[in-house]
Write a protein that binds this ligand. Structure first.
Ligand code: AMP
Length: 195
């Protein structure tokens, strides 16, 4: 099984690149942001709880997202592998993911970290907000908060995966195609025995 984490701040291009990777490698894409937005659209209690955090650009509690990931893994036990997009976002989530994957004997093979500077992120997110319908992409103060939350709570994961020898930094600017080529090159290097 080939499991990778597409990592990076909001607006780094994780979702766009994940779509290209699932086409190339036949992996299952798990985006916690998409799963949460589905819950909101369906009007579930989980969705109602989640939106109170998402509207402000805060993280949804770990217990909620870890539960969602567990049910996705259980439902797709026979997948060729997973691309985790927007998860994990805290050290607690990363530890839970490692524990879950270890029980299935299918550890993460690489954390591919897209690197993009803050002014570019803000510009991309405001642009996306014009069409995405996502309120959290339309308000500059919410965008700033998401980037701050990334630095405070999510970026420590770089060190977490570096310690496991699984962190790979990738320049996240240029054309979508250029970035995709870089990612695939790193995947071949990091996960060659599983491709
Ligand atoms: P995203 O689509 O990945 O940009 O996520 C949108 C919002 O969903 C985030 O700003 C968080 O409020 C919430 N969210 C998504 N993934 C997670 C996660 N792994 N942990 C906590 N909150 C999350």
């Amino acid at each position: 099984m080939l499991n990778i984490i597409l990592f990076g701040p909001p607006g780094a291009g994780k979702g766009t690149q994940a779509e290209l990777l699932i086409q190339s490698f036949g992996l299952k894409h798990i985006s916690t942001g998409d799963l949460l937005r589905n819950e909101i659209a369906a009007g579930t209690d989980l969705g109602k709880e989640a939106s109170s955090y998402m509207d402000k650009g805060e993280l949804v509690p770990d217990v909620v997202v870890i539960g969602m990931i567990k049910s996705k893994l259980d439902a797709h036990k026979h997948a060729k592998g997973f691309i985790f997009d927007g998860f994990p976002r805290t050290v607690e989530q990363a530890v839970a993911l490692d524990n879950l994957l270890n029980t299935y004997n299918m550890p993460i093979c690489g954390m591919l970290s897209l690197e993009v500077e803050k002014p570019e992120l803000i510009c991309r997110l405001l642009n996306r907000g014009k069409n995405s319908g996502r309120s959290d992409d339309q308000d500059k103060s919410v965008i700033e908060n998401r980037i701050n939350v990334y630095h405070e709570k999510t970026s420590p994961l770089i060190e977490y995966y570096k310690k496991q020898g699984k962190h790979f930094g990738i320049q996240g600017t240029g054309t979508i195609e250029d970035i995709s080529v870089r990612i695939k090159k790193v995947m071949k290097q990091a996960c060659f025995d599983k491709l």
